[in-house]
Ligand binder design. Structure first.
Ligand SMILES: N=c1c2ncn([C@@H]3O[C@H](COP(=O)(O)OP(=O)(O)OP(=O)(O)O)[C@@H](O)[C@H]3O)c2ncn1[C@@H]1O[C@H](COP(=O)(O)O)[C@@H](O)[C@H]1O
Length: 99
C-alpha cells in the first residue's frame, strides 16, 4: 500500500480557511472567495481546470497532467471551503465506499 504524505492537502485547506476568515490584499484565494459572481466564479474555475486536466491527459504529457491536476485539486479545495465542506467529510465518504 502506498504511504503518501498528504499533509499538504490539510495545510492548504487551512490556508484557504484562513483567507476566508481573515481576508488579505492581493490574494488569489480571496479574489475567488469574495468574487462578485459568488460561487459561480469558483465553479467556472473548477470547470476550466477539469477541461484542462482532460486535455493534458489526452496530450499524454506527464508534466502537464500533474500541473493541471494540481490546479483542479486546488480549485476543488477552494470550492469545499466556500461551501463549508471539510476534508474529513470527503475522506469519510470515501471510507464508507470501501469494499
Ligand atoms: N496552490 C495554489 C494555487 N494553485 C493554483 N493557483 C492559482 O490558480 C490560478 C490558475 O488559474 P489559470 O490556470 O486559469 O491561470 P490565470 O491566468 O490566473 O487564470 P484567470 O484566473 O486569469 O482566469 C493561477 O492564478 C494560479 O496562481 C494557486 N494559488 C494559490 N495556491 C495556494 O494558496 C495559497 C494562498 O494564495 P493567495 O491567496 O494568493 O495568497 C498559496 O500560498 C498557495 O499555497
Amino acid at each position: 500500500m502506498p504511504d503518501t504524505d498528504l499533509s499538504i492537502l490539510d495545510e492548504l485547506y487551512g490556508i484557504i480557511m484562513d483567507r476566508k476568515e481573515n481576508p488579505v490584499e492581493n490574494s488569489y484565494v480571496c479574489s475567488l472567495l469574495n468574487h462578485r459572481k459568488g460561487i459561480d466564479k469558483i465553479l467556472e474555475k473548477v470547470g476550466e481546470e477539469s477541461i484542462e486536466t482532460i486535455l493534458a491527459v489526452k496530450s499524454g504529457k506527464r508534466e502537464e497532467i500533474i500541473y493541471e491536476s494540481s490546479d483542479l485539486l486546488f480549485h476543488l479545495m477552494v470550492m469545499f471551503v466556500a461551501e463549508g465542506i471539510t476534508l474529513e467529510e470527503i475522506t469519510t465518504e470515501l471510507q464508507k465506499r470501501r469494499k
